[in-house]
Every structure is written in C-alpha cells, then in structure tokens.
Design a protein around this ligand. Sequence first.
Ligand code: ASP
Length: 437
Amino acid sequence: MSIKIAKFGGTSLATAQQFRKVAEILLSDNERIIVVPSAPGKRFDGDIKVTDMLIECYGMAITGDDFKKKIDDITQRFNDIKNELGIKVDIDSEMKTISEDMRNGASEAYVKSRGEFLSGKMLSALLGWKFVDPATVIVFKNSTTLDSVATYQNIKSECKDQKTVLPGYFGADGDGEIVTFSRGGSDITGALAAAAMDADVYENWTDVSGFYMADPRIVENVRHIEELSYEELRELSYMGAGVLHENAIFPVREKGIPINIKNTNKPQDEGTYIVPFSKLKKHELSITGVAGKRDFSIINIKKTSMNSELGFARRILSVLENHKISLEHMPTGIDTLSVVISNEFLKDKEDDVIRDIKKAINPDMIEIIPDLTLIATCGHGMVHHLGTAAKLFAALYENDINVRMIDQGSSELNIIVGIENDDYEKAVKAIYHQFVQ
Ligand code: ASP
C-alpha cells in the first residue's frame, strides 16, 4: 500500500462544513495515514484567522489589557464548529487552561500554537483518529533550529500503527518550551511527516487547484500548471506565488517525495504535482511561470577598475552585515555592482548605509533606486528554447516598461528583472501573453 500524508490549510478548516469536507477526503482513501491540520482560517473576506486572534490576545496580555473578550470570541469560533459537528471536545476547559497559562506568563509561541492544537483535537474527535501533540514529536534544538533526526524518529514511532492527527506549525525544544515555525508553517510539519514516513506523496490541500502560470488575480483565464520541479516551485514561491511555505520543500525534496497541491473544495481536480527535476515531463513552453514581488530597493555602486581592487565586494557586504541587512541579488558589471534589498530591511537606514559604503570603498557614484518590483520569469524550458530572453524583453519594451535591473542566476532557470512598482501588473500580463498565446 502506498502512503499519503495530507496537510489541510486554514480555509479548509474554517467552518464545520469545511471540516466535513476534510473528513470525507481523508476517509475516502485508506492510503492517507497522517493528517496535519492548520488552525481555522478566514471564513469570508475580512474575517480574522484564529492564529491572528491568538496573537492579538497575547499582545493584550503582555500590555496588561483585559483579553477576556478576545478569548470568548476564539472559544465561540471553536464551539460553533464543534456544536455543528456534534463532536465531544471540551473547548471551554481547553480555552480556560490557555487563559490561565497566559495569566501565568505563557510564551507567544505557546499562545499562537493553540489554534492548530485545538483544530487537531476536533479533527481527531471527528475522525476517531489518534491525536499526537507535536510538542512531543517535533523537536527543536533551540528556538530556531529543528532536530530533524529526532523528529523523524518520533513521528515514525508515534504514527506507525494508527491513523494519526498531527497538528501543524509547532513543536517544542528540549525544555518542553513550544517553538513555532514561521507563519504558514503547517506546510513544514506536513513535509516533515511525509519525509519521516517515506511517503509516496505529500498532499497539500488548500483552496486553489494548485499553481497557475501567473497570479489569476492579474491574468484572466490563466493556464494551470500540472507539474513543476522543486526548483521551479522554490523560485516561484520565493517570488510570492504563495501557495506553499518555501521551507516546506526541503524535507520532501531530500527524499524525492512528490508534493501534490489539491483543492479541498474541488477534490476531483488533479491539482499541481511538484516532482524532482529528473521525473519532470518535458514542458511544451519555454517558461513555467511568472511571478513578482514588490517593494525592493537597489543600491547602485560605480567605481572604475573595481574588478582589480581586492576585497571590494567583501567590504560592501560587511557594511550590509553590520546593519543586519540581508541582500536578495547582486548583479555586477565591469565597473559597477548593485545590491538588491527588500525595502523592509533598508527602512530608516538608507543614509547610514550609504555613508558606511562610501567610507568602505570610496565609490565614484552611489545611488539608491527605491520602490522596485522584481519579476521572475522561470522554467527549466529556458535552457532548450532559443530566444526566451529576447521575447521577454520585447514584451516589456512593447508595453513601455522600463527595466532597471536584470539578473539571471547561474541555474538558467530564472530571469529576474527589476521594474517600477507601478508597472507590476502590466509586466506580468505582458510577459505571460508573450509566451502563452
Ligand atoms: N496557523 C498558522 C498561520 O496562520 C500556521 C499555518 O496555518 O500554517 O500562519
């Protein structure tokens, strides 16, 4: 029998009706042996995710504000689902414990992990599957680093005999303190469970039928992607095609386990498969997708004969490091070097950074170009199709889009251009329609 691990996102568990769909999906296929639930997400536009409510609650506890009303709202959300499902879970006493823990100084990680915890309790009651507390199996060495060896061993021994509900998003360190992954991190838990169990497929259930070649909010009738490689997925999700947490890829990639993005509301749709490059069917198009991310700045630096000056780049990078700025890209020319930085890192530091770079390398010219969008056009097909770059730049030129930066990594998987924020949507449409007729 093959093994499937199924992770369900917040919108898949936002209401009792969604819980029922999840149960039906799980019970319709005996190969689904572990389910990883998120906390209930938004039920409608403008609704608040349970995780955000919990974070707000924690903020109130820290500032000494009365958080009772917030706790009541969260309790109500869980009770609404529970009552409609007719399951037995003592939400009131679970929430009472959380309130008490908060009064006694519980950590933020603990508080914000409770959405997944309770979601898991309810799903376990609905399915009659074993509940495993991630605090007992997902092991962190400290507040940021996972111990994957211990985690895999624990998941294997806890989940091997019975169908299991393993809530997403958190684990605990050696002292038993709760540690969470970054937001959207239930995807990582699902990937860890899949890797631990040597699953045949990691199903990631959400509210879309997988990936599209561009953001469907920008491009009408956009083409669906049936299959892409881990590398392509990483490029696209890094650039904001946000279906899956970008760190969820690593555990499954290591073992070559395919990820299948599926839609809880349309389970009959095939979704998108993410597979190792070696198993990828040949794409008919030269590109797989186009995605963009707003709000970057470029620092352009010019210095004649910089290439012969030893330690030139290192000195620039040290300045960034001293200011705790991580850089995204570093295109270079003969006498020029640019660094692309997310605006959030540069905020309020521009003058200090420019001053320190001037001090470090004495450039002929240095300038910051703010508010740029990066657009990545990506796909393994580029290597085999002549003229991909020509087509890309023609599309931008014909649509009056000024290119401020170009970067093509060594992988030949991706061409990134920097354009004005205002041209973002126009550029995505132009590039997409250039390649897809
Ligand atoms: N509930 C968490 C969040 O909203 C984790 C997750 O859903 O994956 O970020």
